[in-house]
Ligand binder design. Structure first.
Ligand SMILES: [Zn+2]
Length: 288
């Protein structure tokens, strides 16, 4: 029997911005679980209340939608780095603790730096403290511009926090940042995009050098050009490059389960068989 991808856990994908066709296609390639981090929706928010409706959707509506397609949905909640600079948004930090108590929340995130401002410094430090206080891991993204300096400053703030490195994933890494990130003891996150950042073959080369321990691979698919099947493409590229099925399963399933499992809140009960999935949609269709 040829080697194949057994199951996929996408540890970072913004399903709010994706279609039901995406859910169906993800199920078909093996995606059975995912984590949706709260993020910047593109349109600036004008009040903290706008976050609360979004958080409620990540805890209620989106898991319901995912379940119709046989996929277990979890989320991470936070004030995102970009909106940490907007005084209209910062008060969300006062309400965040009561959301972090909810069952579907498996980490604080995504947090980190965007433009590396003092406002981002304080939002990052405050939210690392919240993660520690709630016994949750943290999803820390590294900035898209000026990556090396952004990572160095992120690692400084992490060292000042009491959150242990094994409870932190540093995301959007690439060849220039993977070395120092690996030395920090944090988990290593890689976002695979169609035409920027990492692609599947570059990812395979990194796995050859750094191994498969503590590595998370995600599609980070959102409202921009992105592809929710990139996790599967990495699995295929790994198999083509000679990694065995077990190594693929470690990267695409067991690693994200181990990282987010630190929350004690993963819900990975068996998905219903595919034949049953596309029928219970009357509630969703009613919303059209
Ligand atoms: Zn993201």
């Amino acid at each position: 029997m040829p080697s194949e991808i057994r199951r996929i856990f996408d540890p970072h994908i913004h399903m709010t911005s994706r279609t039901t066709d995406d859910y169906a296609a993800m199920y078909d390639v093996g995606v059975r679980a995912l984590v949706e981090p709260s993020f910047w929706l593109g349109q600036p928010r004008t009040s903290p209340a706008s976050f609360y409706d979004y958080f409620d959707a990540l805890l209620g509506w989106e898991p319901f939608r995912a379940a119709q397609y046989g996929i277990a949905h979890h989320c991470t909640l936070a004030l995102n780095p970009k909106e940490a600079n907007d005084p209209r948004c910062v008060p969300v930090l006062e309400e965040l603790p009561r959301y972090l108590l909810k069952d579907g929340v498996v980490a604080v995130g995504e947090i980190g730096y965007d433009a590396m401002t003092p406002a981002e410094d304080s939002a990052l430090a405050a939210q690392l403290e919240l993660a520690l206080a709630h016994g949750l891991p943290a999803l820390v993204h590294t900035p898209h511009r000026d990556k090396a300096a952004g990572l160095a400053r992120t690692l400084d703030v992490l060292r000042e926090s009491k959150l242990p490195p094994e409870r932190v994933v540093l995301d959007h890494l690439n060849e220039t940042t993977v070395g120092p990130a690996a030395d920090s003891g944090c988990w290593l996150g890689f976002s695979i995009y169609p035409d920027t950042k990492m692609d599947p073959d570059r990812m395979v080369r990194i796995l050859r050098v750094h191994g498969t321990e503590r590595v998370l691979v995600n599609s980070a698919a959102d409202w921009g050009r992105s592809d929710p099947l990139k996790t599967a493409h990495v699995g295929e590229a790994m198999l083509a490059a000679g990694f065995d099925e077990d190594a693929v399963d470690q990267v695409l399933w067991r690693n994200p389960v181990a990282f987010y499992g630190q929350s004690g809140r993963l819900r990975l009960e068996a998905a219903p068989p595919a034949e049953q999935l596309y029928q219970g949609n009357s509630v969703l269709r009613g919303g059209e």
